[in-house]
Design a protein around this ligand. Structure first.
Ligand code: RP5
Length: 162
């Protein structure tokens, strides 16, 4: 059977981001969205990052999720190299991720990055937002998102406190 071409690229600045970004990959998997996860840094491997992102559209990628911590320039650099939507996830850091958040969110007008919350919630929501973007032209994904929301609601409605 042919392997489906990845539609979402998840890129992160370091292997140390993976324990957080696993939540992103797991969410994409849960919805059956073919994706690839890669370590590449805006600062340590600038040429590889530029090459990877510049070639993404041609390889069938439709959304990019970029995670970095500290002086977190990765999402912005990705956005500079593509017109695909780029979602930024600020990683926890020695400054509690505030540095990562501000570095990711404060883009100059003209090069947008959609920035999510710091850490695992942001990682999960980046996947859900990528899925919602794909779902604008994919009815079955739209249905899957509605089922997911219904499941979430049912859990809260039936919650009991010990
Ligand atoms: C960033 O620096 C990475 O995204 C990571 O969040 C942070 C620390 O990287 P390591 O020193 O753990 O490789 O570029």
């Amino acid at each position: 059977m042919a392997v489906a071409k990845p539609r979402v690229a998840v890129i992160m600045g370091s292997t140390s981001d993976w324990p957080t970004m696993k939540a992103c990959s797991e969410t994409l998997e849960r919805f059956g969205v073919p994706h690839e996860s890669k370590v590449s840094s805006a600062h340590r491997t600038p040429a590889m990052t530029a090459e990877y992102i510049s070639s993404a559209e041609g390889r069938g990628i439709r959304v990019i999720i970029a995670a970095a911590g500290g002086a977190a320039h990765l999402a912005g650099v990705c956005a500079a190299h593509t017109v695909l939507p780029v979602l930024g996830v600020p990683m926890p850091s020695v400054l509690d991720g505030i540095d990562s958040l501000l570095s990711t969110v404060q883009m100059p007008g003209g090069i947008p990055v959609g920035t999510l919350a710091i850490g695992k919630a942001g990682a999960k929501n980046a996947a859900l937002l990528a899925i919602a973007i794909l779902a604008t032209s994919d009815e079955s994904l739209r249905g899957a998102l509605k089922d997911f929301r219904a499941e979430q609601e049912a859990k809260i409605r039936s919650a009991t406190l010990g």
